[in-house]
Design a binder for this molecule. Structure first.
Ligand code: C5P
Length: 216
């Protein structure tokens, strides 16, 4: 309908950072707040979708009517997503997944001794690309946070990860992207693009979902 263009569809999305354990008391992570992903979850529910939100550790309340699955590491996020993916028609990867994790988690707290230490890291799985490569793939949307040549890198990511749409933001600009309350996304798909202008994350989320609804 006019008000609920996502009625009858189901959205699976990831949001927030991941934590990659170093030992039982330490981890590596990033500054993702989860605000964009949680705004998408809230708006999608309002637009009529059934929403499953796979969230890394964030301090945000669960939007009304949204099913939330909390995870910590990239591997846990991948497992939660792949267990759910066939039940959903739409996937949006909004999480700031750690690119690498420590190759081994120490059994006990690492003690300080030498003046320097090495931590060997191994690549994490790419959750978005794994979803896009799945035989029963949903309509798959990714994010691209870039500091230069935003359009070029976004288009490259769209093709390389086999996505249906990508939402790009220039994180070199202050007051948008990571941790901010506003954003200025540009959407790219095969054969088109749309700049959403600068607005609050709820408005960006709604515009993104309306653009997706037109192409689902
Ligand atoms: O390659 P890059 O990290 O810039 O891609 C960003 C997009 O890929 C985001 O949509 C992010 O959620 C997703 N991603 C992922 N798993 C990773 C890395 C990124 O799902 N390991």
């Amino acid at each position: 309908s006019e008000e609920q263009p996502l009625a009858g569809t189901s959205l699976l999305l990831t949001a927030g950072p991941t934590r990659e354990a170093l030992d039982p008391v330490r981890y590596l992570s990033n500054h993702s707040s989860g605000k964009m992903g949680f705004a998408i979850a809230e708006q999608a529910q309002r637009l009529g979708a059934k929403v499953t939100l796979v969230a890394g550790p964030v301090s945000l309340p669960t939007p009304a009517g949204v099913t939330r699955i909390d995870v910590e590491s990239a591997q846990q996020m991948l497992d939660a997503v792949m267990a759910q993916v066939e039940e959903h028609q739409l996937f949006i990867g909004c999480a700031a997944v750690a690119d690498y994790r420590p190759i081994a988690v120490a059994d006990n707290k690492i003690k300080k001794s030498a003046e320097s230490m090495m931590v060997e890291m191994v690549r994490n799985p790419d959750i978005l690309a794994t979803v896009a490569a799945h035989s029963k793939r949903p309509f798959t949307v990714g994010f691209a946070a870039e500091t230069q040549d935003v359009a070029h890198y976004a288009m490259d990511k769209l093709k390389r990860k086999n996505l249906d749409m990508i939402a790009a933001n220039d994180v070199s600009k202050p007051e948008q992207g990571f941790n901010a309350d506003s954003n200025a996304l540009t959407l790219y798909w095969d054969g088109g693009s749309q700049a959403l202008g600068y607005s609050g994350k709820s408005d960006q989320a709604k515009q993104l979902l309306l653009a997706i609804a037109k192409r689902l």
